[in-house]
Design a protein. Sequence first.
Length: 559
Amino acid sequence: MATKKLMLDYIQEHEIARANEVYLTQPTGGGHSVDYTWGQTMDQARRMAAHLKAQGFEPGFRIAILSKNCAHFIMAEIAIWLAGGTTVAIFPTETADTVRYVLEHSGASLLFVGKLDTWELQQAGVPAGLACIALPLAPKTSFDTWDKIIARTQPLTGHIQRAPTDICILMYTSGSTGQPKGVMHSFERATAASEGIVGCLKDNAGGNIDIRILSYLPLAHIFERAWVECASFVYERSHIYFAETLETFLADLNRARPNVFISVPRLWLKFQHGVFSKMPPKKLNRLLGIPIIGKLVARKVLKGLGLDQVLMAGSGSAPIPAELVAWYRKLGLNLLEGYAMTEDFAYSFSSTNTFNAPGCVGVANPGVQMRLSDEGEILIKSPGQLVGYYKRPDLDAEVFTQDGFFRTGDKGEVNAKGILKLTGRVKELFKTAKGKYVAPAPIENELNSHPFIEMSMVSGVGQPSAYAMVVLGEDIRPKQRDPAFRAEVEKELGDLLQRLNSRLADYEQLRMLVIAPEPWSIENGCLTPTMKIKRAKIENVAEAQLEAWYNTKGAVIWA
């Protein structure tokens, strides 16, 4: 019986069959970029793998990568696998304390330091004596460099295989609450999920196309790692482009002209707000409704975003407002929402061209089993299911049912076509003083669909009624010092609150909208690296002012 192919087998097949095909395009500054073919990628990875093997690390050794997305992140991962190790990627925005925790908890034998913005703040988290290697584009350090090592090292040769049960990735969750948890993924399960993702891409993008994709969401997160990197290992023909900086993002996008594009709700919303800053929503909507002209306008909008070549667009990581999905589809963008998590290698539910509905996350992917608990919690068995939590058997016992289903912590409902709709988080439900539970996510989705609002958080534990804190849109914030404009914002958001409350049960209705004094960001600790809100952090900051807010008259309050 033939042994089933694993990701490393796919990679080495590409090395031979596609040696001269460009695989990675890395911007190097000033509008310049460098291409790496499969052959060049694998030559560098094999040389680094030989260096790692020569260090005599223990079997199954862990090697960490602290870097923003870049070509050498992928090369380093391949090198680690070829050498017999496990990859531990750390979010490039993490604090020194978290960097230290992950390195020490994982028992990392070596750290690759790559492209970073805040290395001077993070380097204190690297334990003394830990071996480090600087990737190209890394900040200036005293470490041995990737380029020098591969220049002096002969590559590993031959077809290298790993055992199916070997752990390929130790993925530390971003930790919206508490310490990050190390999720273990084996080669066989990660490969199965990646093969399933490739099937989804082919089905929704129109067949076995040559994929062009821009990598800019953190590769240290499972969404980008699975749907971009690992899918490219399995897919026949992929070309990954990288973004250089936030300022060059549009130029990077136009360089790639992707035909597959994945993002998260906050960025889809920012793209929309960018369009609205150039053309008011009512005018755009009117133009889109005119035959012939509407198609030309839609095409122009998508071209301005760099998305006019996209055959399949995906949104994941957090719920996206149904109105936002409908808006993109009106432009002609095939935006499909999915639902998955770190623990199933980002492979659970996906919308398809046949089964989709705005506000829903699609149907179970091939091989995925799902059921709802008596409490409405989504329970999943996925081909990409985690092996377990590193050094935490207590958590394994907590998150699996007796028959092996994973407890997601999310609540949902399924319609007659099998399409899943998320209705909130089990642990995010809260009670006001009225004694009934409020699910914040559906209310936040409605708020986030308003063009004035970039993000929102609904809270109010033990209060007379719930409230929402909102972050104004990026194009709105610079005008908020103008008294006349502030009055306009207050009226618009007051009307929004009234409309929203008219559709909510009395115990769900919001007492007020509080405008956050500054935007939430990864840097100020209010967002995770994948741009989910950190509720506990925001609630703690707001706690001291809650009493004053509830005693203030008016529907809209400036914090």
